[in-house]
Design a protein around this ligand. Sequence first.
Ligand code: SF4
Length: 219
Amino acid sequence: MIVYTVTGTVGQAGYLDIANSGDITGKNIYVNMTNRCPCNCVFCLRQTKKMMEGNTLWLKGGDPSVDQVMEIFDAYDLNVINELIFCGYGEPLERLYDVCSVIDKLKAKYPNLKVRLNTNGLANLIHGKDITPELEGRFDTVSISLNAPDAEEFLALTRSKFGIKSYDALKEFAVLAKAHVKNVVMTVVEKVMPEEKIEICRKLCEELGVTLRVRPFES
Ligand code: SF4
Protein backbone atom coordinates (compact mmCIF):
# COMPACT_ATOMS: atom_id res chain seq x y z
CA MET A 1 0.00 0.00 0.00
CA ILE A 2 1.66 3.20 -1.16
CA VAL A 3 -0.89 5.94 -0.43
CA TYR A 4 -3.32 5.53 2.42
CA THR A 5 -5.38 7.06 5.20
CA VAL A 6 -5.38 6.03 8.86
CA THR A 7 -8.60 5.39 10.68
CA GLY A 8 -9.12 4.30 14.28
CA THR A 9 -6.20 2.91 16.18
CA VAL A 10 -2.87 2.84 14.41
CA GLY A 11 -1.42 -0.65 14.42
CA GLN A 12 -4.80 -2.31 14.28
CA ALA A 13 -6.97 -2.40 11.19
CA GLY A 14 -6.32 1.29 10.84
CA TYR A 15 -4.73 1.58 7.41
CA LEU A 16 -6.95 2.09 4.40
CA ASP A 17 -5.69 2.29 0.86
CA ILE A 18 -6.62 5.69 -0.60
CA ALA A 19 -8.75 3.84 -3.16
CA ASN A 20 -10.91 2.54 -0.29
CA SER A 21 -10.83 5.72 1.79
CA GLY A 22 -14.00 7.31 0.39
CA ASP A 23 -14.20 11.10 0.51
CA ILE A 24 -10.69 12.36 1.35
CA THR A 25 -11.86 15.89 2.24
CA GLY A 26 -10.13 17.09 5.42
CA LYS A 27 -8.15 13.87 5.82
CA ASN A 28 -4.45 13.26 6.35
CA ILE A 29 -3.00 11.29 3.45
CA TYR A 30 0.08 9.13 4.10
CA VAL A 31 2.71 8.17 1.55
CA ASN A 32 4.81 5.03 1.95
CA MET A 33 7.66 4.89 -0.58
CA THR A 34 10.14 2.49 0.95
CA ASN A 35 10.64 -0.50 3.22
CA ARG A 36 14.26 0.47 3.83
CA CYS A 37 15.48 1.77 7.18
CA PRO A 38 18.88 1.91 8.95
CA CYS A 39 17.20 0.99 12.23
CA ASN A 40 15.70 -2.18 13.55
CA CYS A 41 13.59 -0.81 16.38
CA VAL A 42 12.43 -3.26 19.01
CA PHE A 43 8.90 -1.82 18.75
CA CYS A 44 8.72 -1.57 14.95
CA LEU A 45 5.85 -3.31 13.21
CA ARG A 46 8.48 -4.67 10.85
CA GLN A 47 9.79 -6.88 13.66
CA THR A 48 6.83 -9.20 13.53
CA LYS A 49 7.15 -11.66 10.72
CA LYS A 50 3.39 -11.94 10.57
CA MET A 51 3.12 -8.20 10.22
CA MET A 52 5.78 -8.14 7.54
CA GLU A 53 4.04 -10.80 5.49
CA GLY A 54 0.47 -9.81 6.18
CA ASN A 55 0.69 -6.07 6.69
CA THR A 56 -0.55 -4.07 3.78
CA LEU A 57 2.12 -1.41 4.34
CA TRP A 58 4.93 -3.79 3.38
CA LEU A 59 5.73 -2.94 -0.24
CA LYS A 60 5.75 -6.44 -1.62
CA GLY A 61 6.60 -5.27 -5.13
CA GLY A 62 9.59 -3.28 -3.85
CA ASP A 63 9.85 0.48 -3.74
CA PRO A 64 7.50 2.19 -6.23
CA SER A 65 8.93 4.56 -8.83
CA VAL A 66 8.16 8.29 -8.72
CA ASP A 67 5.89 7.78 -11.77
CA GLN A 68 3.98 5.01 -10.02
CA VAL A 69 3.37 7.25 -7.01
CA MET A 70 2.28 10.15 -9.23
CA GLU A 71 -0.13 7.90 -11.11
CA ILE A 72 -1.91 7.14 -7.85
CA PHE A 73 -2.26 10.85 -7.07
CA ASP A 74 -3.60 11.58 -10.56
CA ALA A 75 -7.00 10.24 -9.52
CA TYR A 76 -7.41 12.67 -6.59
CA ASP A 77 -7.82 16.35 -5.87
CA LEU A 78 -5.33 17.14 -3.10
CA ASN A 79 -6.74 20.65 -2.66
CA VAL A 80 -9.28 19.15 -0.25
CA ILE A 81 -6.96 17.20 2.07
CA ASN A 82 -5.60 18.36 5.42
CA GLU A 83 -1.97 17.25 5.19
CA LEU A 84 0.25 14.97 3.11
CA ILE A 85 2.60 12.92 5.28
CA PHE A 86 5.65 11.00 4.14
CA CYS A 87 6.18 8.22 6.64
CA GLY A 88 5.83 4.65 5.65
CA TYR A 89 7.04 1.34 6.78
CA GLY A 90 10.64 2.39 6.34
CA GLU A 91 12.51 5.69 6.57
CA PRO A 92 11.23 8.05 3.82
CA LEU A 93 14.56 9.88 3.48
CA GLU A 94 16.24 6.66 2.37
CA ARG A 95 14.69 7.89 -0.90
CA LEU A 96 15.39 11.56 -0.34
CA TYR A 97 15.60 12.60 -3.99
CA ASP A 98 12.57 10.59 -5.10
CA VAL A 99 10.52 11.98 -2.20
CA CYS A 100 11.62 15.50 -3.19
CA SER A 101 10.67 14.81 -6.79
CA VAL A 102 7.15 13.67 -5.79
CA ILE A 103 6.70 16.77 -3.62
CA ASP A 104 7.93 19.11 -6.38
CA LYS A 105 5.50 17.60 -8.88
CA LEU A 106 2.61 17.82 -6.42
CA LYS A 107 3.45 21.36 -5.32
CA ALA A 108 3.52 22.49 -8.97
CA LYS A 109 -0.14 21.45 -9.09
CA TYR A 110 -1.08 22.29 -5.48
CA PRO A 111 1.13 25.20 -4.30
CA ASN A 112 -0.61 25.34 -0.91
CA LEU A 113 -0.24 21.65 -0.13
CA LYS A 114 0.77 21.10 3.50
CA VAL A 115 3.51 18.47 3.70
CA ARG A 116 4.92 16.71 6.77
CA LEU A 117 7.83 14.32 7.15
CA ASN A 118 7.85 11.61 9.80
CA THR A 119 11.47 10.55 10.16
CA ASN A 120 13.99 8.81 12.38
CA GLY A 121 16.27 11.85 12.00
CA LEU A 122 19.22 9.85 10.67
CA ALA A 123 19.16 11.09 7.07
CA ASN A 124 22.49 12.91 7.38
CA LEU A 125 24.14 9.65 8.40
CA ILE A 126 22.35 7.75 5.62
CA HIS A 127 23.59 10.19 2.97
CA GLY A 128 26.92 11.09 4.57
CA LYS A 129 26.22 14.86 4.38
CA ASP A 130 23.82 17.55 5.56
CA ILE A 131 20.69 17.03 3.49
CA THR A 132 18.48 19.45 5.46
CA PRO A 133 18.65 22.18 2.73
CA GLU A 134 16.62 19.75 0.58
CA LEU A 135 13.76 20.05 3.05
CA GLU A 136 13.32 23.78 2.41
CA GLY A 137 10.18 24.75 0.54
CA ARG A 138 9.09 21.14 0.49
CA PHE A 139 8.13 20.30 4.08
CA ASP A 140 6.07 22.47 6.43
CA THR A 141 6.67 20.12 9.35
CA VAL A 142 9.42 17.66 10.21
CA SER A 143 8.52 15.25 12.98
CA ILE A 144 11.47 13.29 14.39
CA SER A 145 11.04 10.21 16.60
CA LEU A 146 13.20 10.95 19.63
CA ASN A 147 12.31 7.70 21.38
CA ALA A 148 14.82 8.00 24.23
CA PRO A 149 16.40 10.49 26.68
CA ASP A 150 20.01 9.45 25.93
CA ALA A 151 22.28 7.85 23.34
CA GLU A 152 22.57 4.46 25.06
CA GLU A 153 18.84 3.96 25.42
CA PHE A 154 18.27 5.23 21.88
CA LEU A 155 20.66 2.65 20.49
CA ALA A 156 19.20 -0.15 22.60
CA LEU A 157 15.72 0.68 21.27
CA THR A 158 16.49 1.44 17.64
CA ARG A 159 19.48 -0.85 17.05
CA SER A 160 20.58 1.73 14.47
CA LYS A 161 23.25 0.40 12.12
CA PHE A 162 25.17 3.65 12.73
CA GLY A 163 25.71 2.78 16.39
CA ILE A 164 26.12 5.11 19.35
CA LYS A 165 26.67 8.26 17.26
CA SER A 166 23.06 8.05 16.02
CA TYR A 167 21.53 10.05 18.88
CA ASP A 168 23.87 13.02 18.48
CA ALA A 169 23.29 12.90 14.72
CA LEU A 170 19.53 13.00 15.28
CA LYS A 171 19.83 16.04 17.55
CA GLU A 172 22.07 17.79 15.05
CA PHE A 173 19.60 16.96 12.27
CA ALA A 174 16.81 18.65 14.27
CA VAL A 175 18.86 21.82 14.77
CA LEU A 176 19.95 21.97 11.12
CA ALA A 177 16.39 21.32 9.92
CA LYS A 178 15.15 24.37 11.86
CA ALA A 179 16.98 26.62 9.41
CA HIS A 180 14.88 25.24 6.56
CA VAL A 181 11.56 24.10 8.00
CA LYS A 182 9.06 26.20 9.95
CA ASN A 183 7.93 23.50 12.31
CA VAL A 184 10.40 20.94 13.72
CA VAL A 185 8.94 18.56 16.28
CA MET A 186 10.34 15.66 18.24
CA THR A 187 8.06 12.90 19.47
CA VAL A 188 7.96 10.38 22.29
CA VAL A 189 5.12 8.04 23.17
CA GLU A 190 3.35 8.45 26.51
CA LYS A 191 3.15 5.41 28.83
CA VAL A 192 5.90 3.72 26.76
CA MET A 193 8.24 6.28 28.34
CA PRO A 194 8.04 7.03 32.08
CA GLU A 195 7.16 10.59 33.06
CA GLU A 196 10.67 11.40 34.41
CA LYS A 197 12.26 10.44 31.10
CA ILE A 198 9.67 12.50 29.21
CA GLU A 199 10.81 15.46 31.36
CA ILE A 200 14.43 14.88 30.30
CA CYS A 201 13.29 14.82 26.67
CA ARG A 202 11.30 18.02 27.22
CA LYS A 203 14.41 19.80 28.55
CA LEU A 204 16.48 18.47 25.68
CA CYS A 205 13.97 19.80 23.15
CA GLU A 206 13.98 23.18 24.88
CA GLU A 207 17.77 23.29 24.57
CA LEU A 208 17.56 22.36 20.90
CA GLY A 209 14.76 24.88 20.30
CA VAL A 210 12.26 22.35 18.98
CA THR A 211 8.82 21.31 20.19
CA LEU A 212 8.30 18.01 22.02
CA ARG A 213 5.08 16.22 21.16
CA VAL A 214 4.04 13.43 23.50
CA ARG A 215 2.07 11.06 21.30
CA PRO A 216 -0.78 9.12 22.87
CA PHE A 217 -0.09 5.43 23.41
CA GLU A 218 -2.22 3.24 21.16
CA SER A 219 -2.16 -0.46 21.88
S1 SF4 B 1 12.95 3.92 12.50
FE1 SF4 B 1 10.76 3.52 12.11
S2 SF4 B 1 10.71 2.21 10.29
FE2 SF4 B 1 12.81 2.19 11.07
S3 SF4 B 1 12.91 0.36 12.35
FE3 SF4 B 1 12.41 2.11 13.69
S4 SF4 B 1 10.17 2.19 13.82
FE4 SF4 B 1 10.74 0.85 12.09
